[in-house]
Design a protein around this ligand. Structure first.
Ligand SMILES: [Cu+2]
Length: 237
């Protein structure tokens, strides 16, 4: 999945500086050209992924890679392990990306096994992402509360289609994922939805003016034990 950002950045005027070659910025923007500045901002997207891996009854496991302590079995200190943690309910499943553990999330079908006996699965691999820089009590984070986690998991409910709920503009907030997940419903071995929030931090640069070059950002869904081997070998003739 890839989102391509382009178009015109939102600008504002900045006062002239005594030294016109100075790279002028105020707290809220950076200079693009002349007395024109691009305002700092972020773009947030949410993807509703109604996962059905070999059937509707699925679970989500979080995968974290961790270094192992030096020991007799790790004499050179270069060994590391990967731990899988089952996310059992909606409250447990509000998660952030984590670079130090190369964190990913795998949707598995506990009732369907591959040739090696593992549960078949598909892994969500994050790409570029960000945390919101707006204060926790800012309106944007109440109205679009889904920005407060990169991953959410809910039972599939056709009435729950939009991460920020209905009537977002100028609302008092509180609808959508934060409200639905209050009940902390079980998300184990049932028809579930994986919600992925992607944020892009945009500190405008001179090359964004007068029109932006494209900026690409996205994520991957990668088969992980879904096939018995590399499926591109022995493609039917
Ligand atoms: Cu932007």
């Amino acid at each position: 999945m890839e989102v391509i950002f382009s178009g015109f950045v939102e600008t504002k005027a900045l006062p002239s500086t005594e030294n016109p070659t100075k790279h002028y910025a105020d707290l809220y923007s950076h200079l693009l050209a002349g007395n024109l500045a691009g305002v700092h901002h972020q773009h947030f997207f949410n993807f509703r992924l109604d996962m059905d891996v070999d059937g509707a009854a699925n679970s989500i496991v979080e995968q974290n890679v961790e270094p192992l302590p030096s020991s007799a079995t790790n004499p050179y200190g270069n060994a590391f392990t990967m731990n899988e943690t089952l996310l059992r309910n909606e409250q447990e499943a509000q998660r952030l990306i984590n670079l130090p553990s190369s964190r990913t999330w795998k949707t598995v079908n506990p009732s369907e096994a591959n040739a090696s006996g593992q549960s078949v699965g598909y892994t969500l691999v994050p790409g570029e992402n960000a945390l919101p820089f707006a204060r926790p009590d800012a309106w944007i984070r109440k109205r679009a509360g889904f920005v407060n986690a990169h991953v959410w998991v809910t039972p599939n409910d056709p009435a729950q289609m939009y991460a920020a709920g209905f009537y977002v503009n100028q609302s008092k907030g509180g609808d959508g994922l934060p409200a639905w997940t209050q009940a902390s419903r079980s998300i184990e071995n049932r028809d579930i939805v994986l919600w992925y929030t992607m944020g892009i931090t945009h500190i405008p640069r001179p090359e964004d003016w007068p029109v932006m070059p494209v900026h690409r950002a996205g994520f991957k869904l990668v088969p992980s034990g879904f096939f018995d081997q590399n499926p591109t070998i022995d493609v039917p003739r």
